[in-house]
Write a protein that binds this ligand. Structure first.
Ligand SMILES: [Zn+2]
Length: 157
């Protein structure tokens, strides 16, 4: 078995939605990012790369490369899943926590689980997506940005 963890943050900016777990979530702000700024998928990718000891998402998809501008982050997750399978692993389970005061994640969590499970080639019941606030403390509490952390367990396929 291999275990990995990931963390990602994006700052809020212009826009009317955020993308979380591959799902478009209406919001009063957007996020500033080179790609679509999907903190759920970015944290998950880093957790998988971490479990495989293959560096981080910036190494695999450098922000300096123009081709990743506004990229659909599902491409990144698909790549991580392919590397996982190439190394002989399958996803045991993944647990993601989104950290923000808003938008509300709960109503979209099931749709996010389904997207992530499809990209990782596993059953939905292996994917947990939950949310918390920071009680109005810190940058997430002040509504300046959104964060996510992820843990994954990889098992021999
Ligand atoms: Zn990110």
């Amino acid at each position: 078995m291999r275990i990995g963890q990931g963390f990602d943050v994006h700052i809020f900016g212009e826009g009317d939605h955020v993308v979380l777990g591959g799902v478009r979530v209406p919001h009063s702000r957007g996020v500033v990012a080179h790609s679509d700024g999907d903190v759920v998928i970015h944290a998950l990718c880093d957790a998988i790369f971490g479990a495989l000891a293959l560096g981080d998402i910036g190494r695999h998809f450098p922000p300096s490369q123009e081709q990743w501008r506004n990229a659909d982050s599902r491409i990144f997750l698909r790549h991580a899943a392919r590397l996982m399978r190439e190394q002989g692993y399958a996803l045991g389970n993944a647990d993601v926590t989104v950290i923000c005061e808003s938008p509300k994640v709960g109503p979209h969590a099931q749709a996010m689980r389904e997207v992530v499970a499809e990209e990782l080639g596993c059953d939905v019941d292996r994917i947990s997506i939950k949310a918390t606030t920071t009680e109005k403390l810190g940058f997430t509490g002040r509504g300046e940005g959104i964060a996510a952390q992820a843990c994954v367990l990889l098992v021999m396929a």
